[in-house]
Write a protein that binds this ligand. Structure first.
Ligand code: NAI
Ligand code: MG
Length: 331
């Protein structure tokens, strides 16, 4: 019997290209796993009337971790459609969205960046409670003490395994009730930790500081939408979405995915960069306690990024297949 059971969800668009590539890479790495393939996303919804079938829940629940490709969420939401990845995050209480940003050998990257954005993953504005009253649209934002405590503790623990520095990013100056609860709850938790270098920063300043001096940061924690936006910004500092990975982590389950979406502009063309999904697999390996395999894969990715072939998003000419083969060759 294989040591690990892994659910694989391709999802939509380039998910069909990057997940098979990542699986081949994991095989070449010698990762001892049995895979359970499952469906989720907009394409599945169009064919079957649901974005997430029961078999997908079973796959997530009966495996040790899930590797997820990408899911489309159309701006013009059809009736009955539920964004697949947001739904899974909610259903399984995957409250921590962990998005590391690290300098890798790619052209134009900021040097010496090594930070992690920890995004609260289940609340904030993304509870998707919107209403229209005539010409007025209202969206709820939900912040609870419990969820803020959980994400605060997660971020604090993570910071203590790194450079012991935590920045709480917020907008409590304008939204003292919701953002204030988030900020104060985390500050109360984090102040109790000996040796933690704790700071706060207002989100708009954080956006500017990330661009001007990203090296000052270690771990940053923030509410859902701020984390969504700033983590793409951070990805842009070091080479873009083609190499940005994330983990959705709860007390029981973990779903690992790229930061990018389904990339309809390039889907089906064989040019998607699978690195983001491969690096999501690195986070998955770390989560599964396979530190050695994780390090080996991470190093192989860096060597390929340095020596080539490079995909088009990083200024090269390689397609998904050529890049994947080169990475497999390196392993
Ligand atoms: P996107 O992340 O899909 O693409 C943004 C840009 O980056 C595009 O030009 C795309 O070609 C490029 N890109 C993304 N991944 C790449 C890769 N691996 N290799 C090379 N180039 C890559 O964001 P977009 O276009 O705003 O959204 C498309 C769909 O994806 C939407 O329906 C959106 O809702 C969804 N989405 C889903 C996410 C998820 O599943 N977690 C995250 C972000 C968007
Ligand atoms: Mg996003």
């Amino acid at each position: 019997m294989a040591k690990h059971r892994i659910a694989l969800i391709e999802g939509d668009g380039i998910g069909h290209e990057v997940i098979p590539a990542a699986r081949r890479v994991l095989d070449a790495l010698g990762f001892d796993a049995e895979y359970v393939e499952a469906h989720a996303g907009y394409e599945y919804f169009l064919d079957h009337g649901t974005s997430t079938p029961d078999a997908t829940y079973e796959a997530v629940e009966n495996t040790h971790a899930t590797l997820f490709g990408a899911a489309t969420s159309p701006t013009d939401k059809p009736k009955g459609f539920q964004g697949a990845i947001r739904h899974l995050r909610q259903k399984y209480g995957l409250y921590a969205n962990v998005r590391p940003t690290k300098t890798r050998p790619v052209p134009g990257a900021f040097q010496n960046v090594d930070l992690v954005i920890v995004r609260e993953n289940t609340q904030g504005l993304y509870v998707e409670q919107e209403r229209l009253y005539g010409d007025t649209a209202i969206a709820d934002t939900v912040i609870t003490r419990g969820a803020s405590q959980a994400i605060g503790q997660f971020a604090t623990r993570l910071a203590m395994t790194r450079r012991q520095q935590l920045t709480v990013v917020h907008k409590a100056n304008v939204l003292p009730v919701t953002q204030g609860l988030f900020l104060n709850t985390i500050m109360d938790e984090a102040r109790l930790i000996d040796g933690l270098n704790l700071g706060t920063m207002i989100v708009d300043n954080a956006a500017m500081q990330l661009v001007r001096n990203p090296q000052q940061f270690d771990v940053l924690v923030m509410t859902n939408m701020f984390g969504d936006i700033l983590s793409d910004l951070a990805a842009g500092l070091v080479g873009g979405l083609g190499i940005a990975a994330s983990g959705n982590i709860g007390d029981q389950f973990g779903i690992f995915e790229s930061v990018h979406g389904s990339a309809p502009d390039i889907a089906g063309k064989g040019v998607a960069n699978p690195t983001a999904t491969v690096l999501a697999a690195v986070l998955m390996l770390q989560h599964l306690g396979e530190a050695e395999l994780a390090a080996k894969l991470d190093n192989a990715v860096n060597r390929i990024l340095e020596e080539g072939p490079r995909t088009r998003d990083l200024g090269g000419t390689a397609g998904t297949e050529e890049f994947t083969r080169a990475l497999i060759g390196m392993l």
